[in-house]
Design a protein. Sequence first.
Length: 94
Amino acid sequence: MKKVLFLLTVTICAVNVFAQDGAKPNALGLLFGSANVSYERAFGEKSAIQINGAFGGLSVGGVKYTNIGGGVDYKYYVSNSKTAPEGFYVSPGV
């Protein structure tokens, strides 16, 4: 069972690394009670914008905690050989 869970985790992480244009769910977070999703859209050769949303919950000692969040990131891709949304980027976010 541990091997199956490990292979599933590695596969999900690999999909999230390579899926950079469009919606990107964080399926690994669901294992820990947190749902994250982001949407990235490139504009221009070196720029992209990403919108993030998150929801999660945790119960500790009979107390239930819930979190909701969101954010926006501007991404500037610094690679000379690739265009957005591929390669290394610098990203300030709010």
